[in-house]
Design a protein. Structure first.
Length: 174
């Protein structure tokens, strides 16, 4: 019984000690920093940006889409593809697929012959995506069994275009 009384007394002392009021009389609340003076700013210039669809601007050509099927011509995308570095692919991507948007996440963690990846909010074939790998200038999206569910080519600095295994167009962007 004394043991419990001692614990209760110690608890009461600690509780009351936490309720003590402290005064902050040593702080000077009258100090106000001086406002900064305005600094001169150079003139602002404006020019019209060049049309990105003209090849001379340095931008890659737009992906070629077959007007009959609405699907991207992967041979043209492959020929115009930019170099891909695996390290730059890591992270979250916005996916446009089947007329809707979803998210894709790519890591460098090994999974079979590729690296682990996954989707959130996607439909169709992309729900099976579990791994990815860089093969030349293309990104291969794979399921857990190693089957390719999509192929992508780098068409701009933060954009990849391609198609799923069934030929549906797919775009990754940041």
């Amino acid at each position: 019984m004394r043991k419990y009384f001692g614990v209760a007394a110690m608890f009461a002392v600690l509780t009351l000690a936490g309720c003590q009021r402290t005064a902050m009389t040593d702080i000077d609340t009258t100090y106000r920093p001086q406002p900064l003076e305005a600094q001169p700013v150079g003139p602002v210039e404006s020019n019209q940006l060049p049309d990105p669809t003209m090849g001379a601007s340095g931008f890659p050509e737009k992906p070629v889409v077959n007007s009959e099927t609405g699907q991207q011509n992967t041979e043209v995308a492959a020929a115009n593809a930019l170099e891909v570095k695996k390290e730059t692919m890591v992270g979250g991507w916005k996916v446009t697929y089947a007329g809707a948007g979803c998210d894709m996440f790519l890591t460098l963690t090994n999974l079979g012959a590729g690296s682990r990846g996954g989707t959130r909010g996607c439909v169709g074939e992309l729900t099976a995506m579990a791994a990815w790998e860089v093969s030349g200038k293309q990104i291969l999206l794979k399921d857990r069994d190693g089957n390719v569910v999509g192929r992508l080519y780098k068409t701009a600095e933060t954009r990849f275009d391609g198609s799923t295994g069934s030929g549906q167009p797919i775009t990754l962007s940041r």
